[in-house]
Design a protein around this ligand. Sequence first.
Ligand code: NAD
Ligand code: ZN
Length: 357
Amino acid sequence: MAFRNFKMIGYVVYGRGSFDQLDEIIAPHRIAGAPMVFLVDHFFEGKPLASRVPVRGNDKLIFVDVSHEPKTSYVDSIAQDLKQTYGSISGVIGIGGGSAMDLAKAVSMMMTNPGSSADYQGWDLVKFAGVYKVGIPTLSGTGAEVSRTTVLSGPTRKLGMNSDFTPFDQIILDPALTANAPANQRFYTGMDCYIHCIESLNGTFLNEFSKSYGEKALQICKEVYVQKDHWDEDSDDKLMMASYAGGMSIAYSQVGVAHAVSYGLGYLLGTKHGIGNCIVFDKLEEFYPEGVKEFKLMVEKHKIDIPKNICAGLTDADFDKMIGVSLGMKPLWENALGKDWEKHMNADKLRKLYEQL
Ligand code: NAD
Ligand code: ZN
């Protein structure tokens, strides 16, 4: 058996206000004449954070549209424009939630790899290291800041560019950037972390490495969402580290049923990752009884809306498409249900599950 030798992020800064070190941190990575490119979540257009971005010389700040999760066509168009305008760039800095961070990772790699990002959806297909890249989360939960993937919807599939060239060279974890995120959004993204932990800790791929991070992340999630009775700065500080640890936990294991089913929703209906996971996880008592019980408690406590009946009115062809995408996520099912997972999950059973959502 070969043990996975996984690439981690380069440098990490953690701390409230650490965003203001960005200028100093990227300075040594500036190449004469080649700009730094800041891909900033469009939520921050006109907000104070935008004016704190250290734009110098011919640097470029682009507000990225994350109303939909990143598409390969969007990545390609940003990278093409940059190549046409500047030839080469010094680096890409992604500032925002998982979507903006994933865009930054993908654009970095597409500055140096030929063709379309769709050609690299899969495992270890990327050929050349991208340009210098930095991730700065403004929502906590996805673990995109530490992962070796960047999830993209392409012409034929929703799949990441999984590679050793994908992780950031630098991340800046400044919990102050997550303050004031709307409660529903903060919950959906935070639950991505909670669900990563439940899926990793209950999975067959679990080892002590994953467990040590997963248990810590889960404990933090419980502190902020179950034990505390209101949200405060301390909650933001903690959840940012839960996201990091949750991401580290799945780096050496895998996610499970909620993610596999949620990918189908994302592909067909465009349901976003965080909310999709919540919609699915709510119905997974059979697979994760304790986690689902606690999840329901957290939903109630934080007065969160979980959309219902999103699959009402879908055709057989629609269901088949979702089922196809979902059952295609073989490693996720194998992690969740074991090597003989096909004995426990099939198209009929999955259809019944989708019908409940
Ligand atoms: P997101 O990045 O999609 O953002 C959700 C919404 O929140 C957007 O409207 C955004 O503008 C807004 N927003 C961001 N920061 C905010 C703030 N501080 N205050 C108010 N609003 C803010 O949400 P997400 O849940 O962080 O990321 C989901 C994406 O991450 C999906 O595309 C998913 O595929 C991806 N993802 C990637 C990985 C990975 O390992 N690469 C893992 C999980 C999820
Ligand atoms: Zn996730």
